[in-house]
Design a binder for this molecule. Structure first.
Ligand SMILES: Cc1ncc(C[n+]2csc(CCOP(=O)(O)OP(=O)(O)O)c2C)c(N)n1
Ligand SMILES: [Mg+2]
Length: 535
């Protein structure tokens, strides 16, 4: 392989892995390879004005393509800005390949301006963090990082790239990264054990998370649920794992209070957990919430998550798709016709909600698109209305914010639109969430990304109001005014004007009667378009 400067080979290596778009924010210590990237045929750089935005767009792009996304950060300061968003990528298992430059190995002893231990900074929010110090192992290291990002459990990785290493001549071969196949099925004996534990249960329950969607195992999951007649609850679920409209789908357990999960699982005599961990709340129950005689089977590709907090009767390291397919086949043989439940009757849906501006807007959106759109949901307290009218049924059409870091909605929708330029993509966020990453609208305008954005504007951090109300109830503290730090009403944030100032179009919607026309305008817009929806 011909020797070329490492910075040239680096871009060739990215291209060999199909990594042809990089999201980032530049700095001097990255100038060498950014200069090369700018002139590399077929390579695209998407400029963000703040690293949280770059990381959020990369996260949405990786989620919507199912492939790794490239994120370039500037030294320690840029990495520092990106860390909150990298944290949510790590919790959500997004395969991001983050890189940052540094001045050079030759300056290590100088402790000069901008010196930072990048690897130590990145380690807690990545699966793998390293620094290349020898020019002969540049591409080898990058390939290892890509492989680790893509191997379940997927997640972000970080490689620090010193300038002098990238300027040296490099004669490593450029090769596509070998990503191992992990679609491993359990043995017939293990499947039979799982079926024995689950069959014949009077109150079977299934808990599922994003491991199902990564494996593409939705159909197999539905089959097992129908055979057992089990309720299916989503746990730490941010994509379509169980179609929301299926009669056995019961919704999300939620991310805040363990009591909710404990109440849901309390009666179950057999529990199947697939592709998630239990339990995902900020305040999880510390005791075991399961019945002492409940039989518990946990299937996951990540052995760490199995029995992490509560013991199980059978833990199975396997890919959910072949594992659930085998389990369905075994249950089909084993269950007597009387035991096959064939799915519970459709529960009566508790609707119709009031005709608020939010309800009317989302209902109109569902009507005018026929549900054919991709939703990126960071609507928080407005999310129930969004999913009521746009139920997450089709894999790849719904992405929920994850990991608890605000500011994902607008960048996430931009990433999804870049991944699927021909689809309608709508990102929902709150007035709080929007302001963490509002600069992303400039990136959408600059790169002609025609995603749509809806700010569900209630003038407050409403979720914080709801949570402190619960805290007061639990501790018998009499209700009183919410902390003023949860209020965003003054000065008023004029989102549509702010969008226009950043190069995107924007309108404000105050009343239900304006919803239909607003949706029409939004869908007709040929560029990025934002609706300030007063909810
Ligand atoms: C980066 C970050 N900072 C702070 C928080 C704490 N937080 C959680 S929910 C929330 C309020 C969100 O408000 P908004 O987006 O307007 O949605 P609403 O609750 O009003 O529906 C805040 C500030 C967070 N999750 N992430
Ligand atoms: Mg709000």
């Amino acid at each position: 392989m011909a020797a070329k400067p490492g910075k040239v080979k680096l871009i060739e290596q990215f291209m060999a892995d199909g990594l042809d778009v990089m999201f980032g924010n530049p700095g001097t210590v990255e100038q060498g390879f950014l200069d090369v990237a700018d002139r590399a045929a077929g390579f695209r750089y998407v400029l963000a004005l703040q690293e949280t935005v770059a990381a959020g767009i990369a996260d949405g792009y990786a989620r919507a393509t199912g492939r790794p996304a490239l994120l370039q950060l500037h030294a320690g300061v840029g990495l520092g800005n990106g860390i909150g968003m990298l944290y949510q990528s790590m919790r959500g298992h997004t395969p991001l390949v983050a890189i940052a430059g540094d001045a050079g190995v030759r300056y290590d002893a100088m402790d000069s301006q901008m010196a930072a231990d990048l690897v130590v900074m990145a380690r807690p929010v990545t699966k793998y963090a390293t620094r290349v110090t020898d020019p002969r192992s540049l591409l080898r290291t990058v390939r290892r990082a890509v492989k680790i990002a893509m191997t379940p459990p997927r997640g972000p990785v970080f490689v620090a790239l010193p300038m002098d290493v990238l300027d040296e001549l490099n004669d490593e071969p450029v090769l596509a990264t070998s990503v191992p196949v992990t679609a491993c099925a359990p043995s017939a004996e293990t499947v039979a054990r799982a079926a024995r534990l689950l069959a014949g249960a009077r109150k079977p329950l299934i808990l599922v998370g994003d491991g199902v969607s990564v494996a593409g195992a939705q159909a197999e999951l539905v089959r097992v649920a129908e055979l057992l007649g089990a309720d299916v609850w989503s746990v730490d679920s941010s994509e379509v794992n169980m179609p929301a409209s299926h009669p056995l789908a019961r919704g999300q357990l939620g991310h805040m209070f363990g009591e909710r999960s404990s109440a849901v699982v309390a009666d179950a005599d057999a529990v199947l957990i697939v592709g998630t961990y239990v339990f995902p709340e900020v305040f999880p129950a510390l005791g075991t919430p399961f019945r002492s005689d409940a039989r518990i089977v946990h299937i996951d590709l990540d052995a760490y998550e199995i029995a992490k907090n509560h013991p199980v009767d059978l833990g199975v390291v396997a890919d959910p798709k072949p594992a659930l397919a085998a389990l369905a086949a075994e249950l089909g043989l084993r269950l007597t016709p009387a035991e096959r439940r064939g799915g519970a009757p459709t529960p009566a849906r508790t609707e119709e909600a009031e005709d608020t501006t939010l309800e009317c807007f989302v209902r109109e959106l569902a009507r005018q698109t026929g549900g054919d759109l991709i939703v990126f949901d960071e609507a928080l307290t407005s999310s129930p209305a969004v999913v009521r009218h746009l139920p997450p049924d089709r894999p790849g059409d719904y992405f929920l914010t994850r990991g608890g870091s605000l500011g994902v909605g607008i960048p996430g929708a931009i990433g999804a639109k870049l991944a699927h330029p021909d689809r309608t993509v709508v990102g929902f966020t709150g007035d709080g969430g929007a302001m963490y990453t509002y600069q992303a609208l400039w990136t959408a305008a600059r790169h002609s990304v025609a995603a749509k954005f809806v700010v569900c504007n209630n003038g407050k951090y409403r979720l914080l109001d709801d949570n402190i109300a619960q805290y007061w109830r639990e501790r018998d503290i009499p209700g009183h005014a919410f902390p003023s730090s949860f209020d965003l009403s003054h000065p008023e944030i004029r989102f549509a004007e702010l969008a226009r100032a950043l190069g995107a179009d924007g309108i404000r919607v105050d009343k239900p009667e304006q919803a239909a026309e607003a949706v029409r305008r939004m869908l007709a817009a040929t560029g990025p378009f934002l609706v300030d929806l007063r909810v």
